[in-house]
Every structure is written in C-alpha cells, then in structure tokens.
Design a protein around this ligand. Structure first.
Ligand SMILES: [Zn+2]
Length: 215
C-alpha cells in the first residue's frame, strides 16, 4: 500500500484539480523548467546540505518553512534567502488543517508569515498546507493575504519508510513535466534519501535541457 502513495498523490489528485483553481498544482510552461519545493525546514540536519547541492548545480527552489523552526534557526532562513531561493509558509507547528479549528489555523499561518517576513525582509507569497490538506478557511486567508496556495504535480514520497534515493529519483525522472511542482522534504526523516535523490536528478536533468527555478 505504501508503495502506492506516490502514485496516488501524483495521479489520483489530477481529476480534482479543476475544482480548486486558486490552488497551484503545476506552472503553465512549455519549456523544460520545473519547480523543486522542500517542506518542513529549516533544519540543522538537512538545510545546509540541500543548499550546497542546489548551489553546486545552480538550481533554485522554494522552501516551505515552519514558523517554529524558522524562529529557532534564523541563520538558516537567511542562508536560504541569500542563496536566491524563495520561501513560503508551511504553518507554525505543522498541525493537520483538517483536524484543527479555523481560528487556530489562521493564527498558525499569520504567526509564520510575520516570523518569515521579519527574517527575509520581504513579503511571503506562497503557502503549502501541512499534509497537503487545504481548507476553505485557509483558502480565504490566502486570498486575503495574497499567499498562493501551492500543491504539487509530482510527489515522490521521500518521507515514506519505504523510500530510497533510487526510488525517489526514478519517480521524479519518470513523472516530471514542463512546469512540474515537485515535493521533497527538509526533514531529518529523509536524511538518507532526499540529498542523494536530489543529487541524481540535478546531475541527470540539466544535460537533458531541464532547469529548476523558484516559484
Ligand atoms: Zn510538511
């Protein structure tokens, strides 16, 4: 069953995307540009490794940060921004939006926005709901505060217990399309998987004409 998760999360959601036009699933693109996103950071275990890899291969990405982690590691947030990457809102404590009140969810995203904007010195314009669970209240909040809710187009499941670097990179290589939004994690649970998978795709795809940009 677990092996099915990346396939369901990648293909199973496509029929529903039209019902949520305010959510970004994939960027309209003709050229071979894709968008790497990293959720759950910043972390002392992973962020610097990811930044080093992105710098080596001259790729830009979008980091959906937790407000609580950002407050603990302001230097890492600044390093992300100074390297030319984009940052987005991933709530303060990573609650499941489907299980908490709208009020508490609004407090989470508001608080994170203020931590991130103070550190980055610029407005936050993107938000990814934890677990990819959007709610009506969150969509309204995003519309009011001009934060685009970003979902994904390719979910290789790097956080799964069954994940391996090889499986994750192969999944991305097989499913990437122009404008794809790819979800990976800046999370210690993925430490053995994500950097190696990232290295493989950054080595493999640019020679085939692909580049990676920030949202
Ligand atoms: Zn997350």
């Amino acid at each position: 069953m677990r092996l099915l998760v990346p396939y369901l999360a990648t293909h199973g959601l496509r029929p529903f995307q039209g019902f949520f036009p305010d959510l970004l699933w994939r960027v309209e693109a003709q050229s071979r540009t894709a968008y790497l996103t990293f959720d759950d950071g910043p972390t002392t275990e992973m962020t610097r490794t990811l930044l080093d890899l992105l710098a080596t291969y001259e790729a830009r990405a979008t980091h959906f940060l937790l407000g609580s982690h950002a407050r603990q590691h302001p230097d890492l947030v600044r390093a992300i921004v100074e390297a030319g990457h984009q940052i987005g809102n991933h709530t303060f404590t990573h609650p499941d939006p489907w299980r908490v009140s709208s009020d508490s969810l609004r407090r989470e995203v508001k608080r994170t926005t203020s931590v991130l904007e103070d550190l980055a010195g610029r407005p936050v314009r993107a938000l990814r709901p934890p677990y990819g669970h959007p709610t009506g209240a969150l969509r309204r909040w995003c519309a009011e505060h001009r934060q685009r809710m970003v979902m994904w187009d390719v979910m290789p499941g790097d956080y799964l217990q069954t994940a391996t670097a090889r499986r994750v990179s192969r999944f991305i290589l097989r499913h990437i399309r122009p404008g794809s939004v790819i979800v990976l994690h800046d999370n210690p649970t993925c430490e053995e998987v994500t950097p190696q998978a990232l290295r493989t795709i950054l080595e493999t795809l640019p020679p085939r004409g692909w580049s990676f940009d920030a949202l």
